[in-house]
Structures are given as structure tokens and as C-alpha cells.
Design a protein around this ligand. Structure first.
Ligand code: GCW
Length: 843
């Protein structure tokens, strides 16, 4: 029997692969594919045999060998006579290898034990070579988590056909909304020469079942259809193909005019159609398995069919007809809206746009068009209702777009595990025609699925190690939306950080608490993220979303807050849902409190009544949630500290300062939102915290030498709206550091305290700071450099940063002094210092 096996591998390959990657290269094992040695013998054979020789099968075999060898660690030399056999259904049938061959769909796999005479075999059978690869990754995942596979039988297939990540990478190497360095795909207007990171990325994606990757930004996509770029993209496709990840690209519908030299891009013009046909043929000649196009049109300045009075269906179908003979698809984004809305018009509502535009087109799209809709009607906010369009396109294939890169959820500087948010959307019951209609089933129909905007870059994929849980979870949920976010967190932690039960429990708890915490300290009750939507989308900017055309409004005034989207008195958005859901959202009393202010404008004194909202008034809930969220962020630091000695020290040291930073920035958020609503509503905090900061000494009240008092914009981003900056205009004297100082006389009780210094860390310079008490360094870390790369190049909540010096002995009359030395564009600006009981502040 064994002789029939076309190709047999026993180790060796792992060494070859490892040798092929130079030291320092970006690798998948920086993420979850670590295969850390287990302390026990593996429960599966160490010998690997593969029946076929296709490229993906070779990847599967080499991955398995590499994984087994690494997991087995010391005991890896003991191969034994049993084997793992890898085969596709087709190979088994052809070779008559087994008496019973399972019937499997292409991406499906089955893992089961069998006997070949006296030997045991673990068979991994795929419906296709890709199914086989997924089976290998599933086995390795279970082993890495420490599972006993000695009797395992597994059979799985993906819930959805489309399981794609989208990159928003530009040809110059920048990544729109990317927070992890420059593009792994492009540089200097071209595809990069070194595509090894792309292959490693594809390996990572395949390990969680992702089967497509769109590599370029939906904005400014026209140059990507130039012939030279297509040749480069063919190399990208080659790099991903061994892992079953098909290349897709974003296209600009005006390309026939912009790069094709036609006078028009009207999708119904015969010359335009012919241009697209020829372009698509050119692509398929080089990339035979090309997956398809993603389109952003008539949105945020991108050209679109509206210029010719045509519909999105007209534009989508022209592309779809060109792609259809090759098996390609069009993902047409429903993110189409007018960003010049009239803020003074109480009926204007951006949330309505996708449904208003796309619902009337249901049934008008070609078979291979998939309408791709963001999970919520606005834009990846910390919380939104589910887009009603999912219930409004019953004849059309649909994909749900989520954002892995954390544009509005902390930009990877904050830990925010998004699986619970996505899961809530997937599990939402639209009640189409009055019966159970889960969003996850709506998108799984007719070849639809999920698309995650990924934003990986050259900085360890997503920059922050814990952010990788989101990429992992995205793939797992697209594969199986029944998985619970807790379970996914456990899987990810076990593979990435460690199987120690304390580690799995602690990291799982942190991940699960992270989205609620972020919501609490940014924008609860359906207010959305409350960030400056015309700027970086990062720090607090409560008013920034109002009074402009972008439509991310919350309509807060002196009396109340929230946007009336009811049918009776508001914009009518609530009426876009099927009747049962529409009815629930129509009245404030039945709208879940978590979404109350998305749907209704209510007085600050309105009483919340959902479980967990404690019968509080809206204003009190705003105060309380912000204090609770910031306290939770501080807790993450303490949680992580319990892992010291239990996890990889490099990972420990990498993550700890990020969590400390997050805890400090959560305070910036808390104070901004709280003081904003305190001022606007005039209603005091029943718990007496809002606007009162015991132990806080404002920079503008200090004895200043060189520092100038300035107003911060928006005012709520600084304590009491003011800060000081060190701008010394006179020329420097030789050898003399130009620095400024702020001094306060301490008047509190004697004791040991933590002293927090709130400063603004501007890009374009690395200002130095030193904290002294009576002229002496206040502690071990009392001198530091503000060299972080934070958004916004002026004093702002984006860059307001907290530095804590612990255990400082203070007595009345002591002089606390901060000396700031500016550097280039960083004026060493200060907001305040705060003396808090030792151990109460994250450090
Ligand atoms: O969220 C917004 C982003 C834009 C993005 C756009 C979109 C690619 O701020 O950067 O553009 O959505 O999804 O098209």
C-alpha cells in the first residue's frame, strides 16, 4: 500500500524551510504559528506521508512536519512506524487507497484514524488540496493547545465561501489606517522585491482558513491596473498561492478614463465594457486564479456610476460580466454616502445611505456580484446597530466587512479584542418576514461571507502582539461563526502565549473585558467613539463629529444628547429594519440602552432601564462608565503583571508598557468626555468625581520658568482646557540646554505617593522630561523622553500621555518640579501633575 504514495516526507523539510528564512525576516511565528514545544509526547505519529504533489499539498506536508517537529521538541527524533497520511478525496479515489472515501466539499476536511495492517494511520483527507491544508492546520492547532488527538475524529467545513482580508495599501508603501508600519506588498510605486513576508502572511491567513487577500487600497486604485503593476501583482499572487490564498484587488471604476485613455467611464458604454473585458483578460493571463475586484465608488471622493446617472448595479455588473468567464467575483462596497450632509437638517442621516441606495437594487446584480457592507451603518465605531442592509438584500449575495485594524478602536495602542463585537453582529436576528434570520446566515448564502480590513505592515504584522488576536478571530469566525469569542481567545492564547491555565485564564479575561472597557471610556450608549472624525480617529474629540457634513453626529446640547432616528419624529432610519426590529428601535423605551443614543435624543436626566445600566440617568451613566472603563484599563496592567515569569519575557516586556500607556490614555479619554458633558449639561456627578481631581496640580497654576500657558483645542482634551509649552524663541547659548520648568508646592499629607505627569508627546521631536522633588530625582524613572509616534502634530488628546513615577516620598512644603527640554517640533508641553496614593495608578 505505502508504495503507492507518490511523495513521502519524513522531517528534513522543516530544516530546509527554516534555513530559507533569513534572521530578522518577518515571520508567521511572530504570531500564533509558534508551535512551542510541548512538555509531553505528541499523541499523533511523527511520520508524514503525502499522496499528491500539488503546491498546496507540499505546503501542507511541510507545515505539518515543521509543526510536529517543533511541538515535539526534544522527543522529535523518535519517529516510530505509524504515520499521518495526507490526501485529497480525488487521490484516495484514484489510488483506491481506502475502502471508504468520504464525500467532502472542496474546502472541507476530515481527520480520522485507520489501520493499515499492523500500523495506525491518522488520515487527513481534504475535499481539495486547500481542504487538506486546513485539516493540517486544524490538527496542529489542537496539538499546540495541548489536546489529546490519539482518538480524534474531526470533520469541518467553512461556513462561508468568502473569507477575505482587505489591505488598504498604497503603491508608495503607506497603509491607509494601518498602525503597523509600511506595506509588505508595495514600495516606491511598485510591488516590493522581497515578497517573503507576503508568503508568510499567506501562511498565517491560511492557518485560520482565510482564502482571499485584496492587497490594495479602495481609494486611489487606478494605477494598480497598469500593465507593469499587474505583472508585479502576479508575483504577489505566486507568493500567496502555495497557501491557497487568492489575490484580489481594488479597482477604480474610472480606470477606463484615468489610465485607459477613454473619454468616459460610463459603465454602460460599449467601449468601457470592452476595456474592462480586455483588462480582465490581461489579469487572468498572468494570474489564472485571480479572485476578483473590490469597488469603492461614489463615496468619499471616489468616482462612480452616479456621474453618468448609472446605479451601483450598472457599475458592478459591467465588471462582473468581464470576470464571470474566469470565475472571478466583484465585491461592491455599500459604503456609499454623501459626506456633505447638512448638519442643520434634522432629517439628514448618513446611517440611512447604504440601505437607501442598495435596497432598491436587490435582484439587479449579476450572479457574481457580492454587496459588501460594513457591519454597522456608520463606520466601524465602538458600537453601532447592525446595518439594516443585511436584511434588505434578500436576492443578492452579501459580505460583511469588519475592521481588524483598529481605526476607531484604539489603533492597536489600546487592547481591544473585537471578536465579541463581531459575534454580536453575526448573531443578530433581523427577523426578515417575521422569522429567525441571523446575520451570519444571511451573509453565508449565495457565495457570500466576511471581509476583514486587516492593515498589517512590516512592524510585527499588527504592531501590538495582543492585536493579533483580532486577525486570528476574524479568520476563525469566518470559518465558523458559531465559535464563541471566549473560545477563540483561549485558542489564540494557548498557541501564542502559553497553555498554562493561569495564562489562558488571565489573557482570556483581559481580551474579553477589553471591548466593553474601551466602549466605557470612549463612547457608551450608542454615542459612537466620540473621537475627532475629521482628524486621526484616535483620541477624544467630542464636538469634532458635530457641525460638519460627515454625518457621525451625536447632537449633544445643553438639554440632552443622541440622534433621533425614529420614523415618527426623526430621520426614519429605524424604519429600514424589518418590522419587528424597527418597532423595537422606534421607541426609546424598547431600544436597548447600549444603543439608546444612536436612535434617540433624550434629556440627560432620562432613566436607563436595561439590566446592567442600573436605573441610572443618562448623564450619571456617562460619568460612571468613563470612571469604570478607565479603572478597567488600569486593571489590565495588574492582570498582565501576574504573568511575569509565566510567559516569554520578551513578550511580557513588549506588552507591559503598551498596557501602561493604554491605562494613561484611558484617563485622558475619561476626563475629556466627563468634563465635556459636565460643562454642557451643567449636571453634577452624583459621586462627586467629575471636574474634581484631588491631588492634581495644573501646569497653568505652577510657577513657570520659560513655559507659556496655552489653550488646547479641543478644550476638553486638556485638564481645564489649558496646558503649558516651552517655546524659547531666543537663540541658544553655546552649551546651554534650553529648557523650561514648572514648580508646585506640595500641600497634602506626608507619605509615599505615585506622581503622574501628564504631558503631550508630539511627533517630530523627542522632548526630555525630569521630575524632581526638592531638586532631587523623584524616583528611578523620573527622567524620560517623549519619543512616541502619536497622531496630531499639536497639543491634543491624541498625544496626551501619562508618565508615572512610583513611590515618591512627599511632605508638606516640598517642591515638585518638572523640567521639560523641547526638541525640534516637540515643545515638552505639560498638562498637570497628579499625586495619587501609591499603587493606585497604573505604572
Ligand atoms: O473608515 C473610513 C476610513 C477611510 C476609508 C473608508 C472606507 C479606505 O476613515 O480611511 O478609506 O472608511 O472604508 O472606504
Amino acid at each position: 500500500m505505502r508504495r503507492k504514495i507518490a511523495f513521502s516526507l519524513v522531517f528534513g523539510i522543516a530544516t530546509v524551510l527554516a534555513g530559507g528564512l533569513c534572521a530578522g525576516a518577518q515571520r508567521a511565528d511572530q504570531a500564533w504559528l509558534k508551535y512551542r514545544p510541548l512538555s509531553k509526547r505528541l499523541s499523533v505519529p511523527m511520520r508524514v506521508e503525502v499522496m499528491g504533489q500539488r503546491r498546496i499539498e507540499r505546503s501542507a506536508a511541510s507545515e505539518l512536519v515543521r509543526g510536529l517537529r517543533s511541538l515535539a521538541g526534544e522527543s522529535s527524533s523518535d519517529a516510530g512506524p505509524d504515520s499521518i497520511v495526507l490526501a485529497t478525496v480525488e487521490e484516495l479515489t484514484r489510488e483506491k487507497r481506502k475502502s471508504i472515501v468520504p464525500t467532502l466539499e472542496p474546502d472541507e476536511f476530515q481527520i480520522s484514524w485507520s489501520r493499515d495492517q499492523s500500523l495506525r494511520e491518522l488520515d487527513i483527507v481534504g475535499g481539495s488540496d486547500r481542504g487538506l491544508l486546513y485539516g493540517v492546520f486544524a490538527l496542529l492547532r489542537h496539538l499546540a493547545e495541548g489536546a489529546d488527538m490519539s482518538r480524534a475524529v474531526l470533520r469541518e467545513r467553512p461556513a462561508m465561501a468568502i473569507r477575505w482580508v482587505d489591505q488598504w495599501d498604497n503603491a508608495d508603501g503607506s497603509v491607509e489606517r494601518g498602525y503597523a508600519g509600511s506595506s509588505i506588498f508595495f514600495e516606491g510605486g511598485k510591488v516590493r522585491d522581497d515578497l517573503r513576508p507576503v508568503a508568510e502572511y499567506a501562511r498565517l491567513l491560511a492557518s485560520v482558513g482565510i482564502n482571499g487577500c485584496n492587497v490594495n487600497n479602495v481609494n486611489n486604485a487606478a494605477p494598480f491596473l497598469n500593465s507593469e503593476m499587474i505583472r508585479g501583482l502576479a508575483l504577489v499572487a505566486d507568493a500567496m498561492r502555495p497557501w491557497g490564498v487568492r489575490l484580489a484587488m481594488s479597482v477604480d471604476v474610472a480606470s477606463p478614463q484615468k489610465i485607459g485613455g477613454l473619454a468616459t467611464y460610463d459603465p454602460l458604454d460599449p467601449a468601457v465594457k470592452a476595456w474592462w473585458n480586455a483588462k480582465v483578460n490581461e489579469i487572468y493571463a498572468l494570474i489564472p486564479d485571480f479572485a476578483g475586484f473590490t469597488v469603492k465608488a461614489d463615496s468619499e471622493g471616489q468616482p462612480g456610476p452616479a456621474s453618468y446617472g448609472r446605479t451601483p448595479a450598472d457599475a458592478a455588473n459591467t465588471l462582473a460580466i468581464a470576470l464571470a468567464p474566469h470565475g472571478g467575483v466583484v465585491l461592491y462596497r455599500a459604503f456609499v454616502y454623501n459626506h456633505h450632509l447638512d448638519w442643520n437638517d434634522p432629517k439628514a442621516d448618513r446611517a440611512r445611505a447604504a440601505y437607501d441606495i442598495f435596497h432598491p437594487l436587490d435582484g439587479k446584480f449579476a450572479q457574481n456580484v457580492i454587496v459588501q457592507t460594513k457591519e454597522g451603518p456608520i463606520d466601524f465605531q465602538v458600537r453601532e446597530p447592525v446595518s439594516p442592509l443585511f436584511g434588505g438584500l434578500t436576492q443578492t449575495s452579501q459580505a460583511m466587512e469588519v475592521q481588524i485594524t483598529q481605526e476607531y478602536t484604539g489603533q492597536q495602542r489600546h487592547v481591544v479584542y473585537l471578536a465579541p463585537l463581531w459575534k454580536q453582529v453575526l448573531d443578530f436576528d433581523m427577523r426578515v418576514e417575521g422569522s429567525t434570520t441571523l446575520v451570519r446566515n444571511l451573509i453565508a448564502r449565495k457565495g457570500g461571507g466576511m471581509v476583514g480590513v486587516s492593515g498589517v505592515g512590516r512592524d510585527a504584522w499588527l504592531g501590538s502582539p495582543l492585536a493579533m488576536a483580532n486577525l486570528y478571530a476574524f479568520g476563525r469566525l469566518a470559518w465558523d461563526p458559531n465559535l464563541a469569542p471566549e473560545e477563540i481567545a483561549r485558542e489564540w492564547t494557548g498557541q501564542t502565549i502559553g497553555n498554562d491555565p493561569d495564562v489562558v485564564r488571565t489573557v482570556g479575561k483581559m481580551l474579553m473585558q477589553s471591548w466593553p472597557a474601551y466602549e466605557d471610556y470612549t463612547g457608551p450608549l450608542g454615542l459612537q467613539t466620540l473621537t475627532d472624525i475629521t482628524g486621526s480617529h484616535y483620541g477624544p474629540g467630542i464636538e469634532g463629529s458635530e457641525n460638519n457634513g460627515w454625518g457621525q453626529w451625536h447632537r449633544a446640547d445643553h438639554e440632552g444628547v443622541g440622534m433621533d432616528r425614529s420614523v415618527a419624529t426623526g430621520t426614519g432610519y429605524a424604519g429600514q429594519y424589518p418590522p419587528e426590529v424597527a418597532k423595537e428601535y422606534e421607541s426609546a423605551a424598547t431600544t436597548p440602552d447600549a444603543l439608546l443614543l444612536f436612535f434617540h435624543h433624550v434629556p440627560y436626566t432620562y432613566k436607563l432601564d436595561s439590566p446592567g445600566f442600573g436605573g441610572k440617568t443618562v448623564i450619571q451613566y456617562l460619568y460612571d462608565s468613563h470612571y469604570r472603563g478607565a479603572a478597567q484599563a488600569a486593571e489590565f496592567v495588574r492582570d498582565w503583571e501576574t504573568l511575569k515569569g509565566k510567559i516569554d519575557p520578551a513578550l511580557y516586556d513588549n506588552v507591559l508598557p503598551r498596557l501602561e500607556y493604554q491605562a494613561g490614555h484611558a484617563i485622558v479619554w475619561r476626563d475629556a468626555v466627563v468634563q465635556y458633558f459636565l460643562k454642557l449639561s451643567g449636571i453634577p456627578d452624583a459621586q462627586g468625581r467629575a471636574g474634581k481631581y484631588p491631588g492634581r496640580m495644573e501646569a497653568e497654576d505652577a510657577r513657570l520658568d520659560g513655559y507659556q500657558v496655552v489653550d488646547v483645542m479641543p478644550w476638553e482634551d486638556a485638564s481645564r482646557g489649558k496646558a503649558v509649552r516651552c517655546d524659547q524663541k531666543e537663540p541658544l547659548q553655546e552649551g546651554k540646554q534650553r529648557s523650561c520648568s514648572a514648580e508646585w508646592m506640595y500641600e497634602g499629607a506626608a507619605g509615599r505617593f505615585d506622581v503622574a505627569v501628564q504631558y503631550f508627546d508630539l511627533q517630530g521631536g523627542a522632548a526630555k522630561f525630569a521630575l524632581t522633588v526638592n531638586g532631587r530625582a523623584a524616583g528611578a524613572n523620573a527622567s524620560w523622553v517623549g519619543d512616541a509616534m502619536l497622531p496630531t502634530r499639536r497639543l491634543h488628546g491624541d498625544n496626551s500621555t501619562r508618565h508615572v513615577v512610583q513611590g515618591v516620598a512627599l511632605k508638606p512644603g516640598d517642591v515638585i518640579r518638572v523640567e521639560g527640554t523641547p526638541d525640534a517640533n516637540d515643545p515638552a508641553a505639560l498638562d498637570y501633575v497628579e499625586v495619587v496614593p501609591a499603587g493606585s495608578d497604573p505604572h
